[in-house]
Design a protein. Structure first.
Length: 274
């Protein structure tokens, strides 16, 4: 498949995801109306709102996650009103997770677009405000730079570098890679496994005993400087991708951390080129 053909397929995939997102937004708006009616009849406020990050950070099934998050006992679900409220909150949480999955897939497609052609701009987020567009684009470019760095540092040292990454990183990326190859119906050499790792995986890669010295030349200070900044960026990245816009403090923090990580990447590359 040609480069142009792959770009067309990925753009079409993003367009389909945008339509899916609009349908999910409509479902979310409808359930919000239902939620407001239920709470109005109960004379309660909507103080059990969640987002996808809240849900993902709690273990167990979704019902258990919500009960744990808001400290809801079975005794507090005794009346029909209480049951109806919680059932609606549970349905809303499922919709939020659907939205998060779509946004993750749009972000993943945008990363693949930039791998195929780095001159392209991100696609499918035109309704974002200017600051959100800026930090979204910078985040996508940063992830591309991090992935290219990992390949450029590890591959010359060992052609089997992929197997030196943490096992959980390999398994997660392999699953996403195989699904993408199947959906796009393209040859495997048109995609890279590294493009299917999560942002949270970078910290594990850069602290991995098998490879960390290749990036930081045995300097734990340099390693922890990178990992600490990536950890702080990860928290912002989740909001950038799933629930923008950033507030002023978050935007300022991103503007401080982003160039720091870019500079560390440049330093690593400079050391390797000496």
């Amino acid at each position: 498949m040609s480069q142009a053909g792959l770009i067309t397929i990925i753009r079409d995939q993003i367009q389909k995801l945008r339509m899916d997102k609009l349908r999910v937004i409509s479902k979310f708006e409808n359930i919000e109306k239902r939620m407001n009616l239920i709470l109005s009849e109960m004379d309660e406020v909507d103080d059990r709102r969640i987002d996808g990050i809240d849900i993902l950070e709690h273990g167990g099934n979704l019902k258990e996650r919500l009960q744990e998050l808001f400290d809801i006992t079975e005794d507090e679900l005794a009346t029909n009103d209480q049951k109806q409220r919680f059932a609606t909150e549970l349905e809303r949480a499922e919709i939020v997770l659907d939205m998060m999955e779509i946004e993750n897939r749009i972000a993943s497609c945008n990363k693949r677009l930039l791998i195929v052609d780095p001159t392209l701009t991100v696609f499918g987020i035109e309704n974002y405000d200017q600051k959100s567009l800026e930090v979204y684009g910078n985040t996508v470019h940063l992830e591309t730079s991090l992935r290219n760095l990992i390949i450029d540092v590890l591959e010359p040292e060992d052609k089997g570098w992929w197997n030196k990454l943490p096992q959980g990183v390999q398994e997660s990326a392999n699953k996403g890679y195989e699904e993408a190859v199947s959906k796009l119906k393209t040859s495997e050499n048109m995609l890279r496994r590294i493009d299917f790792i999560d942002f949270s995986h970078y910290e594990g890669i850069f602290t991995g005993n098998k490879v960390k010295n290749l990036f930081f030349d045995g300097s734990p200070e340099r390693m922890w400087s990178m990992v600490t900044k990536l950890s702080e960026l990860r928290e912002l990245r989740n909001k950038i991708m799933h629930r923008p816009p950033l507030n002023e403090d978050e935007y300022a923090k991103f503007q401080m951390l982003y160039p720091d990580v870019v500079n560390i990447i440049k330093e690593i590359r400079g050391t390797k080129n000496e």
